[in-house]
Design a protein around this ligand. Structure first.
Ligand code: CO
Length: 460
């Protein structure tokens, strides 16, 4: 039986999926050394929404968080999630910013960078992959998994071959919506393993209840690494449970390095934290349960709740069914983008507007216009020709990669951030989230002045 390795997600995806990434560093710091001894392949602890949330809500410097984790975790690989040319923001950035971000991430302690593009347009990840390899880190390329008339196993295998040619170190199937079925996992993993020797990771979510079956089928078909979360932060919109899968896979005879006694200690550590978040209401028990609606609507769970809040805000919940029926139509018109950030927001908002306006595409978001211009890359399928004509008129969509039309950004970022930024890391925080980083820098200065004042007055 082959070896199955684990990527523990409690510090990133589980944190993001269950409690909106609101876990402060100080709360998990005491368990890091134990996590280092658990036998994980890697600990996913940075990137995704952690960066934005640290600055915006936790008054934490994300770079300092990473350095602190690195100090405590000396042996296990630290992993981050990077949205290719989007870095950790919501638009495309120039290449020099992408390269500097990758360099600083590796220098501050990252070993594995999982890189993906929402549209699986490989032009949007080639710079970050090349830079990751240059920095001698692991470039794990993830394909955004979705089902549609233009997505097939053959097409995914072709994509995988191109990813291998780019020099990727590892592969990942990223099923952000948790809609990959056991049969699909078996077929996909088998096909990929027949065509590539790279280490393969399966990333899925428990949202629809398929995760355990899907992971088991993937394991049987030869997957090398699975993403799981410590059991009290597992289930629902998070990953399947580490503790449970270690138990089951060991008994089935697979070679598993993760130590059950260590993951028990880690789970015991997180239990009171989970209880605290439940009590504060930040952890809604609903997100921990199973919701199979996504299998019917083919809409990720997070997107469903966004649609509900958009409609509630304008008192039009009676239009919910109409909006749900409109989502797949908008997706088809846009050439079947996988529904992941930022395309999921784009499709959702446009579907709501189409229904509320009583006329399709009467109102258009600037994101949809950008998408049709090709600013996010090439859609997987054909975009509705009439819609393109309506929006672009005589203008032709971009044929080059959008980042090729952008001016370099590091120097301008340094100038704009001014004296508030103390190093290149600060400049990057500023380029990604200008007003939020600025507020954070100002608060940092104020706190330091208070501290100096306090020390002086106390010594007097
Ligand atoms: Co995820």
């Amino acid at each position: 039986m082959h070896k199955i390795q684990f990527t523990e997600t409690v510090l990133r995806d589980a944190n993001q999926s269950l409690i909106a990434t609101r876990l402060p560093y100080d709360e998990f710091a005491p368990i890091l050394e134990t996590m280092d001894q658990a036998g994980y392949y890697s600990i996913e602890c940075w990137g995704g929404a952690t960066f934005d949330t640290c600055l915006r809500y936790l008054n934490e410097d994300p770079w300092e968080r990473l350095r602190n984790i690195r100090k405590a975790v000396k042996n296990t690989k630290l992993q981050m999630l990077l949205r290719g040319q989007n870095i950790l923001g919501y638009k495309h950035y120039p290449d020099d910013v992408v390269r500097t971000f990758v360099q600083r991430s590796v220098d501050n302690g990252i070993d594995v960078i999982r890189i993906f593009d929402a549209l699986n347009d490989l032009r949007n990840i080639e710079v970050s992959v090349a830079e990751t390899l240059k920095c001698k880190a692991v470039a794990q390329v993830a394909i955004s998994y979705t089902t549609s008339p233009v997505h097939s196993i053959d097409n995914y295998v072709k994509l995988i071959k191109r990813i291998e040619e780019m020099g990727a170190s590892e592969l990942c199937i990223k099923d952000m919506a948790g809609v990959m079925s056991p049969q699909e996992a078996a077929d996909m993993v088998k096909a990929i393993k027949e065509n590539s020797n790279l280490r393969l990771d399966l990333h899925t979510h428990s949202t629809t209840g398929l995760a355990y079956m899907t992971l088991l089928k993937a394991v049987e078909a030869g997957v090398d690494v699975i993403d799981t979360a410590v059991s009290c932060f597992s289930g629902g919109t998070s990953q399947a449970s580490t503790n449970t899968l270690v138990y089951a896979l060991k008994q089935l005879g697979y070679d598993v390095d993760v130590k059950p006694e260590k993951v028990k200690v880690i789970n015991d550590f997180f239990k009171p934290i989970q209880a605290k978040f439940l009590e504060s209401g930040l952890l809604d028990p609903k997100v921990m349960s199973t919701d199979a609606d996504a299998l019917v609507y083919q809409v990720p769970g997070g997107m469903l709740s966004n649609l509900v809040s958009q409609l509630k805000a304008v008192n039009q919940m009676d239009k919910f069914d109409e909006v749900l029926a409109e989502v797949p139509r908008v997706r088809k018109d846009l050439g079947y983008p996988p529904l992941v950030t930022p395309s999921s927001q784009m499709v959702g908002v446009q579907a709501v507007q189409n229904v509320l306006a009583g006329e399709r595409y009467k109102l258009l978001t600037s994101e949809i216009k950008g998408y049709l211009r090709g600013e996010y890359g090439t859609p997987p399928g054909d975009v509705d020709a009439e819609l393109v004509r309506k929006v672009l008129g005589d203008e032709k969509p971009l044929t080059v990669r959008f980042a090729d039309t952008l001016e370099p950004g590091m120097e301008a970022g340094k100038i704009n951030a001014g004296s508030l930024a103390r190093n290149e890391e600060d400049v990057l925080s500023y380029i990604l989230f200008p007003p939020i980083a600025e507020a954070f820098f100002k608060q940092r200065e104020a706190q330091e002045q208070n501290k100096v004042h306090y020390t002086i007055t106390r010594s007097e």
